[in-house]
Structures are given as structure tokens and as C-alpha cells.
Design a protein. Structure first.
Length: 250
């Protein structure tokens, strides 16, 4: 049985020794303290696991699960979801950070709106130290995020009392987008945006998220193979994606 006020935070980890400690520290610093952090190491070969183990010795709410081999972030996140104990699910990538009031404000927002699927505004931090703010709309639907996905994975919180049995699609990239589409298509009609900057997204020059052409290829697979959208509609979405990337809207 899920604990009614516990937040289960799911963090996949792979070779992130430069960022993971600061990321975990922003969880420990939360003003809302009823949480568990489930870190799933996806076969790291750097010092990431040692850093997490050092933190675990001081903080019992931090849990570590290890994969022997690199299986991809979708499987790591799904393992964390499977082993979670909380009513609320939150997601935090191991190189992203939270405002210290993130959990408290988001839970209050969810209770006030009676919302099952929520996300926050976020700021991208680039390796050049430039930043870019992304403000979120009040509400999104399945079709609106097909047109433009504004949801940052590390900003999401889900109430499993209303949305249960979720899993990221088993693809190497764009799993988060695939999950949001699945939730809005089959679990709940709306997702609600909290327009406060509570999430900070690190974008490294070597980040997999920076390869725009590759991401468009994965979008095509997502539209056709996961969502099973018609060929012409999928093609029109890809044209839209290319246009957006060229304009650097997202």
C-alpha cells in the first residue's frame, strides 16, 4: 500500500560524477521532507556510485539500485517506479536541480487543483553559463503536446491515486515525451502547469539531448511505432519539429 503523503523521487544515474551530488543535495534541502529518493545506477563506470554511497551513509532516505550493464534510462526509471512506496511520483535527472520549495509548492498546487499530472516552469543552464527560461501553460492536452512538448522530465509530479501503472516506453531517447503522451491519451485528459521556476535543467555540450537531428529521428519512431499515428499526420509533426528546432523555440 502506498504511503499517502510520501513522495517517491526517481533518479536514473549513468556516469554523472560531476553533477549527482549537487542534484541529490537539492533533494535533501527540500522544505517538504517526506520523501524517498530511489537512484537506479545504469552501469556507471565513473565515480558516481561511490558518491551516492557516501551520501547514503548519512541519509537513509536515499536508496540505490544497481544494474550490471547499461540498459538505458527508460528501464532505470521503470525499475525505480516499480520499487517506489509513495503516493506521489517525482522525477529528477542526475544532472538537474530543484528549488528547495519545489515539492512543497507542487503538492499544494496539486491538492488545490485536484490535479493528477503536473509540471513546473524551468530554466535551462548551458555549459557556456547562459540560461534560458521556459514558462509553462496553465493546461496541456494530448494534442497540444504533440504540437509542442513543453514538459521537462525533472519538473513532473504524478498522483498515483489517480494515475497508476505507468511506465516509460522502452526506447533509448524521448521516453519522457512518450510517457506524457501515454498519460494524456489514456490516463487523464489534462496536465497542469505550475508557472513557477522550480526546476533547473543542465544542458551539457555532450548531452544526448543536444543532438537535434537525432531527436527528430526518435520523434518519428515515437509517433509511428509507439503512438501508432497515421503516416501523413506523423510526417506533418516531423515538419513541425524541424521548423521548431530551426527557430530554436525548443
Amino acid at each position: 500500500m502506498k504511503s499517502d503523503s510520501l513522495v517517491s523521487i526517481i533518479m536514473p544515474l549513468y556516469n554523472c560524477e560531476d553533477f549527482v551530488k549537487e542534484s541529490i543535495d537539492t533533494v535533501i534541502a527540500q522544505t517538504y521532507q517526506n520523501w524517498e529518493l530511489i537512484i537506479v545506477d545504469d552501469g556507471s563506470t565513473d565515480n558516481s556510485v561511490n558518491i551516492v554511497n557516501d551520501i547514503k551513509q548519512k541519509e537513509q532516505r536515499v536508496k540505490l539500485i544497481r544494474f550490471d550493464n547499461n540498459e538505458g534510462p527508460a528501464r532505470a526509471r521503470n525499475k525505480g517506479i516499480k520499487d517506489s512506496n509513495g503516493r506521489y511520483l517525482a522525477f529528477l535527472d542526475s544532472d538537474d536541480y530543484w528549488d528547495r520549495n519545489k515539492l512543497k509548492q507542487q503538492i499544494n498546487f496539486m491538492k488545490k487543483r485536484n490535479a493528477a499530472f503536473t509540471f513546473t516552469s524551468f530554466k535551462r543552464i548551458y555549459s557556456s553559463e547562459k540560461t534560458r527560461l521556459f514558462q509553462v501553460p496553465e493546461k496541456v492536452t494530448y494534442y497540444s503536446i504533440l504540437m509542442r512538448n513543453i514538459i521537462c522530465n525533472s519538473s513532473v509530479m504524478i498522483d498515483t491515486n489517480f494515475i497508476d501503472k505507468i511506465s516509460y516506453p522502452d526506447i533509448r531517447k524521448r521516453q519522457d515525451y512518450g510517457l506524457w503522451l501515454e498519460i494524456l491519451k489514456n490516463k487523464t485528459k489534462y496536465g497542469y502547469g505550475l508557472n513557477s521556476v522550480l526546476t533547473y535543467r543542465n544542458v551539457r555540450e555532450v548531452s544526448v539531448s543536444s543532438n537535434k537531428i537525432e531527436l527528430i529521428k526518435y520523434n518519428w519512431s515515437l509517433y509511428r511505432e509507439v503512438q501508432r499515428l497515421p503516416l501523413l499526420f506523423s510526417g506533418s509533426l516531423i515538419v513541425k519539429d524541424i521548423f521548431i528546432k530551426l527557430l530554436r523555440i525548443k
